[in-house]
Ligand binder design. Structure first.
Ligand code: PMP
Ligand code: GLU
Length: 397
């Protein structure tokens, strides 16, 4: 007999991680799966970062680190915010956590009470929704479709805010769409938030270094809402360090203090070696990031060009991150004589089964007519993957 808590029962399984697990299992059976499911850079962590971690082990960074993170790491993050984002966060406004995912749940648990409304902009990254549910908040999803470049209009946001709204979760460059809000669009969103006292906004900027057109604009750089923004970031994507598990926030002091208190009871300060490696990452000269970005840009052009040739697929060219989110609803209701496709999850499973290509259905991202493709893999595999997808889709009538 199992006696699971209602809290755990209310959570769904992360679809990105579930798909990753499924493709790992198939690969272990010897099936030649091309993984375009999980969103992580295919590059190895740059050598200068690995060297710093080895040195940290030799220098005996083996004791409990301070709960909010090492002081020099928080100073480096504070400098990074100033130089790269034009935002002033003192080190005590910065909390280092076990990945941005951990930073996000810390913030949500710190400011959302049961029944508080949290506005999530669809298509959204999978874990936002479930983290809000876990905190017993009420997710209020407002959405934009491919026709609007997946970007919500400020009036939509205004209309969704009620006297129960406590938080908005914003993410640019976006996972899953790769869309980037420009300065003007971000300022308009900031103006809406600015009008509503007691409404806070998380700005998840984890893909800030992977941006191909225009500039990355930090929401907190607009002074008039600085004290209502929680900036979330981390080293996973920009430095190819997904496995090291380091994320961080810059936030109003009272929110940082609350996150510190949470970590003091849940995790303590996070992995000492990974923190030292992250310090080295932030102190680097940016060369490895430029190389990775150039590769992502080349792959974006490659995969978008190939996808555009596939019948029934609508694509918008992403300006950042390493995802593309085609609308594949043309295939709903079609069958290959064996499997009938009625939604995007079924299409993702069909592609896994018939084309041996792993993607993630759009449902988990609040985009049921789309499919998420992560193109952080080699050019050759991308070419082969789209060839297989085209073949499998071609059998659907
Ligand atoms: N935010 C977004 C938008 C993401 O795509 C991810 C996952 N890659 C995260 C946060 C969490 O990143 P991590 O926990 O690896 O720092
Ligand atoms: N964020 C990545 C993704 O969207 C990694 C998986 C996860 O953390 O959920 O695929």
């Amino acid at each position: 007999m199992e006696y699971l808590s209602d809290r755990v029962k209310s959570l769904s399984v992360s679809q990105t991680l579930a798909m990753a697990q499924k493709s790992r299992e198939l690969k272990a059976k010897g099936i030649d799966i091309i993984s375009l499911g999980l969103g992580e850079p295919d590059f190895n962590t740059p050598d200068y970062i690995k060297e710093a971690a080895k040195k940290a082990i030799d220098e005996n960074y083996s004791k409990y680190p301070p709960v909010p993170g090492y002081a020099d790491l928080r100073e480096a993050i504070s400098r990074k915010f100033k130089v790269e984002n034009g935002v002033t966060y003192s080190p005590d406004q910065i909390i280092v956590s076990a990945g941005a995912k951990h930073s996000l749940i810390n913030v949500i648990l710190s400011i959302v009470n049961p029944g508080d409304e949290v506005i999530i902009l669809a298509p959204y990254w999978v874990s936002y929704y479930d983290q809000v549910i876990f905190a017993e908040g009420k997710p209020v999803v407002i959405g934009a479709k491919i026709e609007n470049d997946f970007k919500i209009r400020p009036e939509q946001l205004e209309a969704a805010i009620t006297n129960k709204t406590r938080l908005i979760i914003f993410n640019s460059p976006s996972n899953p769409t790769g869309m980037v809000y420009d300065r003007n669009e971000i300022e308009k969103i900031a103006r809406v938030v600015g009008k509503h006292e007691g409404v806070f906004i998380i700005s998840d900027e984890i893909y800030e270094h992977i941006i191909f057109t225009g500039e990355h604009v930090s929401l907190a750089s607009f002074d008039f809402i600085y004290d209502r923004v929680i900036t979330v970031n981390g080293v996973s994507k920009g430095y190819a360090m997904t496995g090291w598990r380091i994320g961080y926030i810059g936030a109003p002091l009272w929110i940082a203090k609350a996150c510190n208190k949470l970590q003091g009871q849940f995790t303590s300060g996070v992995c000492s070696i990974a923190q030292r490696a992250s310090l080295a990452a932030l102190q680097g000269n940016g060369d490895s990031q430029r190389i990775m970005k150039a590769a992502f840009l080349r792959r974006r052009d490659l995969i978008c060009g190939l996808l555009k040739e596939v019948k029934g697929i609508k694509v918008r060219i992403p300006q950042g991150a390493f995802y593309v989110m085609p609308d594949i609803s043309f295939y709903f209701g079609k069958t290959d004589g064996e499997t009938k496709i009625t939604n995007s999850d079924e299409l993702a499973l069909y592609l896994l089964d018939k084309a041996q290509v792993a993607t993630v259905g759009g449902d988990a991202f609040g985009a049921p007519e789309c499919l998420r493709i992560s193109y952080a893999t080699s050019d050759d595999l991308l070419i082969e993957a789209v060839k297989r997808i085209k073949g499998a889709l071609g059998k659907l009538r």
